[in-house]
Write a protein that binds this ligand. Structure first.
Ligand code: SIN
Ligand code: FE2
Length: 224
C-alpha cells in the first residue's frame, strides 16, 4: 500500500510517495536504490563529520600529477590513497601516520542492506571512501579496480546536492547512462557490472538543507 493510500494515517507515514525507497534496475548486476539512505541522512552526516575530524578532507594527487577536484578521506580498516607512486589501499592514513578512523556503527548495516537489495548477500566492506564535491568538482570516467576482491559489489551512497552519475560498460567507449542521483540515493554495482566505467559530471551549484553547497558520497568496498 502506498503511503498516501493510508488515509489520515498518512501523516504518520515516514515518506511521501516520492520519497519512498524503491529499486530501479540499471542493468545486470547494477541497481539504484532510490532514497535507500534517506531515513539515516542526518546520522550519516554526523558520522562523516566525526570521521573528518580524525582524518581531514584532502585533495589527492593522481599518479600523473593532477590534484583531484573531489576532496576525499576514508574510514574502516583500509583507506584509498593516490599519489605520484600510484593508487592503492592502505591501512594507514598517510596524512596522520595513524590508522583510518573506524567505520561508524551504522555504515556496515546500511551497506549490507543495499548490497542485498541488488542480490549480493554477505557483503563485508573493509573500506569506506568518502568523497566531497563542491560545485564544479567531478570524477572522470574510471573503473574501480584497486580492490583485490572482485566478487564484492561497490555500494555508493549519495547525500546533499544532486549529481549526474555516468554509468557505462566494460570499455571506456561503451554507451553511458546518465542518472541523476539525489540525496539518499544508493547505487550498487557488482557481478557482471563490477568493473563497469563510471564517473560524476561537474557538480552544479546549489544549496542543500543538510549539506549546504556540497555533495557527499560514500563508497563501500571490499578491498582485501
Ligand atoms: C566513485 O566512483 O568512487 C564515486 C562515485 C560517486 O561519487 O557517486
Ligand atoms: Fe569509482
Amino acid at each position: 500500500m502506498s503511503a498516501s493510500a493510508v488515509g489520515t494515517g498518512a501523516n504518520l507515514a515516514l515518506f511521501d510517495d516520492d520519497d519512498a525507497p524503491r529499486i530501479e534496475p540499471l542493468g545486470p548486476g547494477a541497481v539504484v536504490w532510490r532514497a535507500g539512505a534517506r531515513a539515516f541522512d542526518t546520522a550519516l552526516l554526523v558520522a562523516v563529520d566525526q570521521v573528518t575530524a580524525q582524518a581531514p578532507w584532502r585533495h589527492l594527487i593522481t599518479p600523473g600529477g593532477f590534484r583531484m577536484s573531489v576532496a576525499m578521506t576514508s574510514c574502516g580498516p583500509l583507506g584509498w590513497v593516490s599519489d605520484r607512486r600510484g593508487y592503492r589501499y592502505d591501512p594507514i592514513d598517510p596524512d596522520s601516520g595513524r590508522p583510518w578512523p573506524p567505520m561508524p556503527d551504522m555504515f556496515m548495516p546500511l551497506a549490507q542492506a543495499a548490497a542485498t537489495q541488488a542480490g549480493f548477500d554477505g557483503f563485508e566492506p573493509d573500506a569506506c571512501l568518502i568523497n566531497r564535491y563542491v560545485p564544479g568538482a567531478r570524477l572522470t570516467l574510471h573503473q574501480d579496480r584497486d580492490e583485490r576482491d572482485a566478487h564484492s559489489p561497490i555500494v555508493s551512497v549519495s547525500l546533499g546536492l544532486p549529481a549526474v552519475f555516468q554509468f557505462g560498460g566494460p570499455t571506456r567507449r561503451d554507451p553511458k547512462q546518465r542518472i541523476t542521483l539525489v540525496h539518499g540515493d544508493v547505487v550498487v554495482w557488482g557481478g557482471p557490472a563490477r568493473f563497469f566505467h563510471h564517473g560524476v559530471l561537474p557538480l552544479k551549484a546549489g544549496r542543500h538543507p543538510l549539506t549546504g553547497e556540497q555533495r557527499i558520497n560514500l563508497t563501500f568496498r571490499r578491498a582485501r
